[in-house]
Design a protein around this ligand. Structure first.
Ligand code: FES
Length: 667
């Protein structure tokens, strides 16, 4: 027998604003063990989901009366690993771990903290928004990102942008990245329809809001820019062709033109001519074409690089004579996903910080002003945080905390959460919970680590996820350079695009190994090039022709078929990189003291051990390496020390080898 579920959704904007939605769950859905998260997603209820429903991120919290929970099959084992017992006792469970049983009625409360909230449009540098009335027809430029969607409303009589809208992509509830969403389509009979409806609904909400804010006759032109999967879903096409198709399938490079009503657009857009910016390859979509239009690298004599930092990282390289592109699945770590205290760049997010006093002090800035309680750390803050941990010697090249630093600062400690699971994972406290008491309490968007403690921390698992993300982007750049034979010093300009691109601290991004370590003057930030590029193509017919020309002449490098990519990716899985010659800034960085660095120890204990060894063996060792190569103990022989260390107090080891020095190591 089918079951009924009543979702009560707490309104985020207004207090006591509650939305009620009842859904019927079929026998088929029950026997297929569809979770409450999946069922909610299918019925347009946007519950947060940053781990693709794997019960890891803790974002999909819902409340169900404790006595009613027996009507659900709940994975309690996993639940207790993610939520604090006090929270569970209050009726909190995770929607992705709860499966309805047959013939039952149940009421679910979705708290505001589990609902994706409004997203502020981060417009690019090329566009100025002027709040004016529209005198005639309107045009619309849309950037469909994997995570967010941004829209400009344009007065076509003078081409001015008069308003903007931004929100999360309604598809987020089906998975954080394009691969997971495609898997959703494979696993669910009507999955493609659900995803197509979700993006249609998101854009229609934008159009509705814009039509309420500005009066216009009709929308006559729309330009849409997005990665290939997003463009396909917007066009009501099945994106599995992208995954399965030949890599030079001409459909990916087609500039589709449809009518608004064909792609279910409303609110004055039914008769609009909708133009989709052509993509450049399987996973390289119209968004990077738009970046290329805005950066104008296709006009340059010298070679330029464009890096679009997003969930789907895209890279373009070339000049007026040739262009090559590739795409890399970076994941959502820089957008707040897969990092326990990560969040998006919004009020309450820490976006700037500095670590001082060997890790004892942290100075930070919160978006929205000092009276806002810090809730988590956004992408730009996370990049600075890693760089600061490196600068202060608190982490090594693998992103593991230097255990010895725990003696210097209490901020570095074993994670209780992981300890309970029998794992030794260290974490660093960025903000203690009690530091924020008394400040305005905004709804928590942080993940479950905040349940166990109100401290904002970063742990070794987070660092690993961030390392994967930065490695994916950097190795995409390296593979493209390798395939085209271009060297770093031949690149004349580097354009950084992407929603949060404008806010990245360049020095930190280079230090962690996200961007190439080249002259800083070469870097230009273009912000949301996809949105600005869509706008340019909305108002200028020639820009569309240029886009189509780029699409037919570009070389697409498919990283999934490129043997070099795996090597480049593995080499990039270090902070900053395994090849330090690529990162001269880090090599020369003064004051670094990670576990990969050694210095002459004046630790009493070591001295005593050495003395004892000398006595016992009468053998003078130059240095000893611990089994894990975590530390090296230098001989007490002053003459040898001088010889070995020359002028420098510190030098670097690569695994067990000392490079460029005379140190001999006895194993
Ligand atoms: S979506 Fe349920 S825990 Fe991540």
């Amino acid at each position: 027998m089918p079951s009924k579920i009543l979702f009560r959704i707490e309104g985020k904007e207004k207090e006591n604003d509650e939305l009620i939605k009842e859904i019927v769950v079929s026998d088929e859905e029950i026997s297929a063990r569809e979770s409450l998260l999946t069922l909610a997603a299918k019925n347009d209820i946007a519950i947060s989901n940053f781990c693709n429903g794997r019960g890891k991120c803790g974002r999909c919290k819902i409340i169900i009366n404790f006595d009613e929970q027996g009507k659900l099959d709940i994975n309690k084992e996993l639940l207790s690993k993610v939520l604090k017992p006090e929270k569970i006792l209050k009726g909190y469970i995770l929607a992705c771990l709860a499966f309805p049983k047959n013939n039952t009625n149940i009421e679910v409360i979705v708290p505001s903290e589990s609902i994706e909230s409004k997203y502020e449009v981060l417009s690019g540098k090329a566009v100025k928004i002027t709040d004016r009335e529209i005198s005639g027809d309107a045009g619309v430029a849309i950037d469909i990102g994997t995570t967010t969607v941004a829209t400009y409303l344009v007065d076509l009589s003078n081409n001015g942008v008069v308003a903007s809208e931004g929100s999360y992509n309604g598809q987020v509830r089906f998975g954080a990245d394009v691969m997971t969403r495609m898997n959703y389509i494979i696993e669910n009979k009507t999955g493609d329809e659900a995803l197509q409806n979700a993006i249609g609904a998101t854009i229609n909400i934008h159009l509705k809001n814009l039509s309420e804010r500005k009066k216009f006759q009709k929308i006559s032109k729309i330009v849409v820019s997005g990665n290939t999967v997003m463009t396909y879903l917007f066009l009501k096409k099945n994106p599995l062709e992208i995954r399965d198709g030949a890599y030079n399938n001409p459909n990916f490079k087609r500039a589709y033109t449809v009518k608004g009503r064909d792609v279910r657009l409303k609110y004055g857009a039914e008769d609009a001519d909708v133009y989709c910016v052509p993509g450049l390859g399987n996973y390289v979509g119209g968004d990077i074409t738009s970046d290329i239009i805005i950066s104008e690298i296709f006009k340059e004599d010298k070679i330029c690089l464009v890096i679009d930092v997003g969930t789907n990282g895209e890279v373009a390289l070339g000049n007026k004579e040739w262009l090559a592109v590739c795409a890399t699945s970076a994941g959502p770590a820089f957008e707040g996903g897969e990092v326990r205290c990560g969040m998006r760049a919004m009020k309450g997010a820490i976006d700037r910080l500095k670590i001082e006093n060997q890790g004892r002090d942290v100075i930070y800035r919160v978006i929205g002003g000092e009276f806002n309680k810090p809730e988590g750390i956004c992408g730009s803050g996370l990049i600075i945080l890693i760089a600061e941990l490196m600068r202060n010697g608190l982490i090594d090249a693998n992103g593991k905390f230097n255990r010895k630093s725990a003696e210097k600062t209490e901020r570095l400690r074993k994670s209780k959460y992981y300890e309970e699971q029998g794992q030794e994972i260290y974490e660093y406290v960025v903000v203690y919970g009690n530091e924020t008491e008394g400040k305005e309490d905004i709804s928590s968007l942080r993940s479950h680590i905040s349940e166990a403690s109100s401290d904002i921390t970063i742990n070794e698992k987070d660092l690993e996820n961030l390392k994967y993300t930065k490695a994916a982007i950097f190795s995409g750049v390296m593979t493209l350079l390798r395939n085209t034979g271009v060297k770093f010093d031949e690149i004349n300009k580097i354009f950084i695009a992407g929603g949060f691109g404008n806010f990245i601290d360049l020095e930190s991004a280079i230090l962690v190994g996200l961007f190439p370590d080249v002259e800083r003057e070469k870097y230009k930030f273009i912000g949301n090039g996809s949105l600005d590029g869509a706008y340019r193509q909305l108002i200028d017919e020639n820009a569309r022709k240029t886009a189509e020309n780029i699409a037919s002449n570009v070389t697409y490098v498919d990283l999934s078929r490129d043997g070099n990519f795996v090597d480049e990716y593995s080499a990039a899985l270090y902070f900053p990189h395994s090849r330090l010659d690529l990162f001269p800034t880090w090599k020369n960085f003064e004051g670094m003291r990670g576990t990969n660095e050694i210095e002459i120890s004046d630790n009493k204990e070591i001295k005593e051990i050495k003395e004892k060894e000398k006595e016992e063996t009468k053998e003078i060792k130059i240095a000893e390496v611990s089994k894990e190569a975590k530390e090296i103990k230098i001989s007490e022989d002053k003459e040898r020390q001088t010889k070995i260390l020359k002028e420098s107090k510190m030098f670097r080891i690569e695994g067990f080898k000392i490079e460029g020095d005379e140190l001999e190591i006895e194993m």
